[in-house]
Design a protein around this ligand. Structure first.
Ligand code: CS2
Ligand code: MG
Length: 405
């Protein structure tokens, strides 16, 4: 079963998605996600120009060798563009192997470790009340875990918050230039602790609560936030500070027992080796699409398990339904799975283009039982929604200093 053809598609049903389709000479094909938010065309070019020509004629069964060929063999290791391209090829090959074997991918990984995958939903709002009402709606749908984000009072926009202070970039069609958003740590601290105090008051002790800082704090500020949030018992505090210097998490860890999560921008295990090995974090949030696919994420999960770190894959709307499917297979298998971020099935157009067979209900999900990943991609429907250049926003302090993301 050799690779006959590799096609790369880019479509924009509300936001951009890059999709890879590998067809074999037996007629079996596989699909993979290569979406890199705001840098989509770089991956398209890399796949078409540098990757696809090297794979034509090779055995589609050689997942591991092809992974090594594209990683070790290329000299330019790691990197977001490279690893997104490898990821899409890898997912498509697992999809093909599953179809050839007549088994869903989670069975190829070793079978189920749990009945279903626990999800956390997103609640956000312009005010604390609005955020908590949004949370109540998710609880009514059956969610046992919810991420809370409230607009920062006194700032014109807050990243990740829907509503009239809306700035949830992922759902926006096109941003021909990067918008800029101000950030104030002081203003943020004023509201965030109150948000969680009020959430516990309203929902009681059972509901799992989460929060994403989007890396806006310095390590000592993160340490302080973790301490202040301890009474409200978060499932995890995500991306409190950047960890290019992984040791900065040692400082945060020494000050707080609030569980810590990080990793959605990481491309390889090397980005978080010390974080995991030293048990400075509790959840690793790498995504199959940005970290070299199922082959790579499976290794991350096994490494993390040794140090009591769980996987909690990134699940924002900029990961295509194909990546969502890949995560559901990994999550069903991984003995050290923690929780999966989930933001719904996407726009109507998105659902028309992609089918991923994932069953969602009561805040839980299960992968498709169909052979492979269980995903479908409608090429004609995708062609109706052409690529639109779009960027993530840039963050600046109120005095104009460029700030972390
Ligand atoms: C976020 C994302 O879902 C999350 O945890 O951090 O909104 C993230 O900022 C985007 O996926 C960036 O592409
Ligand atoms: Mg995040």
């Amino acid at each position: 079963m050799n690779i006959r053809d590799i096609k790369v598609f880019i479509c924009s049903p509300g936001r951009n998605f890059v999709t890879v389709k590998i067809t074999t000479d037996s007629g079996i094909y596989g699909l993979g996600d290569a979406t890199l938010n705001g840098r989509e065309m770089a991956v398209v070019t890399y796949l078409e120009e540098c990757v696809a020509p090297c794979l034509i004629g090779r055995s589609a069964h050689d997942i591991e060798d092809i992974w090594q060929y594209l990683y070790r063999g290329v000299y330019w290791r790691k990197g977001a563009v490279n690893m997104a391209a490898i990821a899409a090829i890898d997912m498509a090959l697992w999809d093909i192997k599953g179809k050839a074997a007549g088994l869903p991918v989670y069975q190829l990984l070793g079978g189920r470790s749990r009945r279903a995958v626990t999800l956390y939903g997103h609640a956000s709002g312009s005010t604390i009340d609005e955020t908590l009402d949004h949370c109540a709606a998710l609880v009514a749908e059956g969610y046992s875990a919810v991420r809370l984000q409230s607009a920062v009072a006194g700032l014109p926009a807050t990243y990740g918050v829907l509503g009239d202070k809306k700035d949830y970039f992922e759902l926006q069609g096109s941003r021909p230039l990067p918008p800029e958003e101000p950030w104030s740590t002081k203003k943020y601290f004023n509201g965030v602790v109150e948000l969680f105090r009020r959430a516990r008051e309203r929902f009681g002790p059972e509901l799992n609560l989460l929060h994403d800082v989007h890396s806006r704090l310095t390590p000592i500020e993160s340490a302080r936030l973790g301490k202040l949030l301890e009474p409200y018992d978060l499932l995890f505090l995500e991306d409190a500070s950047i960890a290019e210097n992984q040791q900065s998490y040692e400082l945060i860890r020494q000050h707080t027992t609030t569980p810590l999560a990080i990793g959605e921008t990481y491309n390889t295990l090397w980005d978080c080796k010390e974080l995991i090995q030293n048990q400075w974090i509790d959840y690793i949030r790498m995504a199959a699409t940005h970290a070299g696919g199922i082959t790579a994420l499976r290794r991350v999960a096994d490494f993390a398990a040794i140090y009591n770190v769980k996987i909690a894959p990134h699940g924002a709307p900029d990961l295509s339904p194909i990546c969502v499917a890949a995560h559901m297979h990994l999550n069903s298998w991984a003995p050290n799975f923690g929780i999966q971020e989930y933001v719904g099935a996407g726009s109507d157009a998105c659902q028309q283009i992609f089918t991923n067979g994932v069953t969602v209900g009561n805040g839980m999900a299960s992968p498709s039982e169909a052979p492979g990943l269980g995903v479908e991609f409608d090429e004609q429907a995708a062609a109706q929604h052409p690529y639109k250049r779009s960027y993530l926003p840039v963050s600046r302090l109120e005095d104009g200093t460029l700030w972390h993301w």
